[in-house]
Design a protein around this ligand. Structure first.
Ligand SMILES: O=C(O)CCC(=O)C(=O)O
Length: 260
């Protein structure tokens, strides 16, 4: 089964959801023109890392964002792996991923499990308590947010549960972009699945972001990769490759679970 996926490697205007919603609308329309079945947005595409002002900026229960993404998905008949947005939940603010299908149904909501202290997330956000796994039109999938990829055991859990595609959304800074690429390739190789990773471009008052969104296949080969600028990256993936690689080197059969 083949799927066309567009990664929207976009800039994010700091602390200005209105501008960012308009930008996403336009970019998703452009992505659909390229023939994509699935579009992927980056992390915190609504507010950027303006964490100090989340009291006024965060979306209550992500309600307005869910409505916006659902309408867009339904109108354009496309799945949106909606990056993440700043959510005002009952117990605090969260960095929350939303996935809507082509009918506009919300099929997954996941708040970032591992907060990144280097960018002060722990001072402003509460940790997520959600599972990463979801099923997208019959395909076992999982979603992760940025720093999550430094925790291989967290992604492994989803692979053991059967995930064939792992979506990663990020605002990953340029100075550590080599880590980004290496970690994503490693996660794809060890879990023998597709890794579809969308990072933002541009900069904010504190960081320059690295772009380099990429799609890695279950053998670790790079299917498509962006540069550092704003860009829509279109990749075609063949899901049969997951079973092919898992048959060739049956890592999941050979695991010695009793030892770890
Ligand atoms: O782990 C890193 O180096 C970057 C993580 C990050 O930027 C984030 O989680 O927002």
């Amino acid at each position: 089964m083949k799927k066309k996926i567009a990664l929207i490697q976009m800039d994010v205007t700091y602390g200005d959801p209105k501008v960012n919603f308009a930008r996403v609308s336009k970019r998703v329309m452009d992505a659909v023109q390229t023939g994509a079945d699935i579009v992927v947005l980056p992390e915190l595409w609504d507010t950027g890392y303006d964490l100090e002002r989340l009291d006024v900026l965060a979306d209550k229960d992500a309600k307005a964002t869910i409505e916006f993404l659902s309408d867009l998905a339904k109108e354009l008949n496309v799945v949106i792996v909606g990056g993440s947005v700043a959510e005002q939940a009952d117990d605090g603010k969260r960095n929350t991923m939303l996935v809507v299908d082509q009918n506009g149904q919300l099929i997954h909501k996941y708040s970032k499990l591992h907060l990144f202290q280097l960018m002060d997330e722990h001072l402003h956000l509460v940790e997520g308590q959600d599972e990463a796994d979801f099923e997208l039109n019959g395909v076992p999938s999982a979603g992760f947010i940025c720093y999550d990829i430094r925790f291989p055991e967290w992604l492994r859990k989803s692979a053991v549960n059967g995930a064939k595609v792992m979506y990663v959304v990020a605002e990953w800074p340029k100075p550590r972009i080599d880590h980004w690429r290496t970690l994503l390739q490693a996660r794809a190789i060890e879990n023998q699945c597709f890794v579809v990773a969308c990072n933002r471009a541009g900069s904010d008052p504190n960081n320059e972001f690295g772009g380099m969104s990429l799609v890695v296949d279950p053998w670790g080969e790079i299917v498509k990769e962006g540069g550092s600028e704003e860009k829509i990256i279109l990749a075609e993936i063949d899901l049969d490759k997951v079973d092919e690689v898992r048959r060739r080197i049956p890592v999941f059969r050979d695991r010695r679970e009793e030892w770890y």
